[in-house]
Design a protein around this ligand. Structure first.
Ligand code: DGJ
Length: 363
C-alpha cells in the first residue's frame, strides 16, 4: 500500500513539475540571458534530449511583422529554461533574393531527416512589398539543429497535380474565375481555386509539418485563399513535394493548423481566419493523416471569453512532451499587431476527454 502511495505521489509531483515548467498564460517569458523570447508562430523539434524552439523574430512598430532578421532558435532540456541559439535563418541584404530584408516569414517548422541527416525548415513566405499575395512555402536546410540554415527555394506546391480527393469532373484548369452567378465564397469551397492554381501551384500560407511514425513527412497549409487546408506528402528527403495532396474541410476557412497523433487518430486544431485577432479554435479528427477530418467543435474549455478567443491566442503547434505518455502542450501566440515584438506565448495543457481534445487554462 505504502509503495502504491509513493508511486502516486511521485506521479503527481511529476505532473506538477510539468505544469510549473511547461505552461504559460501569455505572461513575459525570458530566456536564460533574461531577454524576452522572440520566437513567434513557432514549432518544436526534439532531438537527443533537447527541445529546439524555432519561431518568427518579430520587431517593433507597424512593420514589426516583416522579416528584418529571420528565424530564431532557442534550446531547452526542460521546456522552461530556454537558451537563445540566435538567428538560424537570416534574411539577406540582396534585393534580387526572395529572402530579402522586409519579406514575410511566418510559422517556421523544422524536421529532421534520418536518411540525409539534414534538418529541413519549411515556412510560410511572402515577398517584400507584396502583402500576402505570393502565398509561397519556403525551404531552408541545415546540418545541425542550431543551423545555420541555408535558404533553398520558395514555391507554390503541387503544380500540375490534382488533389487525390478531387472529383474527375472538375479536373480542368480554369483560366477565368469570373463565372457569373457564383459567389466567391462558393468558389472557395467548390474547388475553382484549385483549378485556377493548377499550373502555377497551389497557395500555401499558415503551415505546419508532421512526421508520421513511418517517417513520412506532411506539409499542412492554408490554401485556396485560406478557404481550404491542403495536406501534402513530402518527398523522402523532406525537400520537395510529391504531388500527392488532399483538400481538407473545403471552404471552411481554417488557418493556424497544428496536429497531434493520439491513440492512433490524428487530431487537427485550427483557427478561423480573422487576421491577428483571436477567434474560436476548431478541432477535427481523422483515422488517416490525409483525412477525411470530422469536426469535433471548439476544444477550448473555460469562460465564454476564453472559448471565443482561444485564451486570446491562436494556435501554432502541439508538442508531445517527451517521456510523459499522452501529455501534450497546445502552443499558441497572443499577437500584438501594433507592436509585434510584444506578442506573448500561451502554452496550455491539451488533454482528451471522451476522445475529444480539450484545452484549458492550467491551475
Ligand atoms: C493569421 C495568421 O495565422 C498569421 O500567421 C498571420 O498570417 C496573420 N493572419 C496575418 O494577418
Amino acid at each position: 500500500m505504502k509503495k502504491v502511495l509513493m508511486i502516486f505521489t511521485l506521479f503527481f509531483l511529476c505532473l506538477a513539475g510539468v505544469k510549473a515548467q511547461v505552461f504559460n498564460s501569455g505572461t513575459a517569458w525570458l530566456d536564460t540571458n533574461g531577454q524576452p523570447i522572440n520566437a513567434h508562430g513557432g514549432g518544436i523539434l526534439y532531438q537527443k534530449g533537447t527541445y529546439y524552439w524555432y519561431g518568427e523574430f518579430k520587431g517593433s512598430g507597424k512593420d514589426g511583422n516583416k522579416a528584418k532578421h529571420g528565424v530564431s532558435c532557442y534550446s531547452s532540456k526542460d521546456l522552461k529554461n530556454w537558451k537563445n541559439e540566435g538567428l538560424v535563418l537570416k534574411v539577406v541584404n540582396d534585393t534580387s533574393s526572395k529572402l530579402q530584408i522586409g519579406c514575410v516569414i511566418e510559422r517556421p517548422k523544422v524536421i529532421y531527416n534520418h536518411s540525409t541527416r539534414k534538418y529541413a525548415m519549411w515556412f510560410h513566405h511572402e515577398l517584400k512589398d507584396q502583402a500576402y499575395k505570393a502565398a509561397l512555402t519556403g525551404l531552408a536546410i541545415a546540418d545541425k539543429p542550431t543551423g545555420p540554415f541555408t535558404y533553398v527555394k520558395s514555391l507554390r506546391p503541387n503544380n500540375n497535380y490534382w488533389p487525390v480527393n478531387y472529383p474527375d469532373s472538375l479536373k480542368k484548369p480554369l483560366a477565368n474565375l469570373d463565372t457569373p452567378g457564383e459567389s466567391y465564397k462558393y468558389r472557395k469551397s467548390n474547388g475553382d481555386l484549385v483549378r485556377r492554381d493548377f499550373e502555377g501551384g497551389q497557395m500555401a500560407r499558415d503551415m505546419t509539418l508532421y512526421v508520421d511514425d513511418d517517417r513520412t513527412a506532411y506539409h499542412i497549409a492554408a490554401s485556396e485563399e485560406n478557404g481550404t487546408l491542403h495536406i501534402s506528402k513530402l518527398s523522402p528527403d523532406y525537400q520537395s513535394f510529391t504531388g500527392e495532396y488532399y483538400r481538407v474541410r473545403p471552404g471552411e476557412s481554417n488557418e493556424a493548423p497544428a496536429i497531434v497523433k493520439h491513440q492512433n487518430k490524428y487530431y487537427l486544431i485550427t483557427s478561423g481566419t480573422t487576421g491577428w485577432d483571436p477567434n474560436p479554435a476548431r478541432a477535427f479528427v481523422a483515422d488517416k493523416i490525409t483525412g477525411p477530418y470530422k469536426s469535433l467543435g471548439n476544444p477550448a474549455v473555460g469562460t465564454n471569453e476564453e472559448k471565443a478567443t482561444t485564451f486570446q491566442a491562436q494556435g501554432t503547434y502541439i508538442l508531445p512532451v517527451q517521456g510523459k505518455r499522452e501529455t501534450y502542450v497546445f502552443m499558441a501566440d497572443r499577437w500584438k499587431p501594433k507592436n509585434p515584438i510584444d506578442g506573448t506565448y500561451v502554452w496550455l495543457p491539451l488533454t482528451f476527454e471522451n476522445s475529444k481534445p480539450v484545452i484549458k487554462m492550467f491551475e
